[in-house]
Design a protein around this ligand. Sequence first.
Ligand SMILES: [Zn+2]
Length: 519
Amino acid sequence: MKPQVEIYDTTLRDGSQGEGVNFSVADKLRIAEKLDAFGVHYIEGGWPGSNPKDIEFFSEARKKKFKNAQLAAFGSTRKKGVPVEQDDQVRLLIEAGTPVVTIFGKTSMLHVKEVLRCTPEENLAMIGDTVHFLKDHGKYVIYDAEHCFDGYKLDPEYAVATWQAAEKAGADIIVLCDTNGGCLPGEIAEITKTAIGKLNCRVGIHTHDDIGLGVANALAALEAGAMQVQGTINGYGERTGNCNLTSVIPCLALKLKKTSVPDKSLPKLKELSQFVDEIANLRHNPRQPWVGSSAFAHKGGAHVNAVQKVSASYEHIDPALVGNYRTVLVSDLSGRSNIVMKAQELGFKLAGDTPELKTILHRVKELENQGLEFEAAEASLALLIDRTLRHRELPFRVDAYHVSMRRNGKDFVCEATVKVIVGGKSAHTVAEGDGPVNALDAALRLGLMKFFPQLQNVTLTDYKVRILDSTTGTAAKTRVLIQSTDGRREWGTVGVSENIIEASLQALVDSMEFALLKK
Ligand SMILES: [Zn+2]
């Protein structure tokens, strides 16, 4: 069934323009897969005309199969004075090979005259030519009307003419953009209604959060009849950010009662939000509406008491609906259901009455207290569950290791020795590397390969470090997140310690153990 509102995610494009957000191609692919599994309808992967990284992303993404989402490439209308078929930026949009192409064009006379510096007619031709060209190449075309609301307020007649130019050329949907993020919900609703009245094609909304109204403005447009919303996970984006989909999605489902992503995805919202923060290497914001760790945390005695009696007394929804939980009650019950849900997703047979559940839950809480987070390290969680459920022995043990570093003039030399024990046998290996972790990884791998030759195919694809509590200076804990692959599947593991080498070793050991776990 068609959803009432389509979710168009631009975390990988508009979101990556946010300060402190920087995604590698591998990061983008992981996020795209997660968004697809969650059930968003469109994933805007990047702007191929603006950087080579995005071209690489699209060539990699083409090899993947997405179940729910359509991939979109983003770009602009053709340049002034250049025939569309000779415009390099437009050519790259076709070459991205996506089913959907989103282009933005100018709505505002101010921008046409002062920024673009062309005639109003030439701008209309740029919009029409580009949409037409993309339609001729079989694309589903989304037209983003930049500065749509400000432009309409300045010169309504011309704004309407730009939308109609896109529509006439065959645009499938016209998305009204509050590019500067300074409009109010009332005017957004009114102008959206006007646009819907003037256009026969469908209308969408793209807002920014410059005055704290990104989500409110998007909802105002959706209530006025828009049927697509563009935004980012956790509200990433330039300046104060884009419309936050992590708020829009539950507002649609639970407040406006409109369908968008599949119902079964809603309880995974908190996990999605944390996953994207982990990949961006950003601290999860505890005060984030719906999904923050404080969103349902009750401190005041009266609140706690009342919530214990009737949860609805101080909570606007049941936190479990969005995968969140109440924190004062140290809710074993909701903690339990979260773990059961996750374990089943990872392929384990675990139910609410499995005797080992208590041990698993206890161990997870203990590790989370130490700073482990499993959102981007599901392999470490899978190992923990598997070890407990099957009461199995570890396939190998690291008995001892040593890492050293020397500087000789300008050259660094890192060397690691590792002693691993498998069954009754041991192996002692030594390796060099560019850095201490690299040397440790090489030595561990060398030792294990004597017993498990299949580990030869396992490689490390990503390594991320975060200092967890920077206020305590050198005693701060370090969390290491690594991503590995054997060419067929990819998995993430995690380690935490006051010592970065030890944290890295934990993550490496988990990675190798996971590689051995499933054939
Ligand atoms: Zn934007």
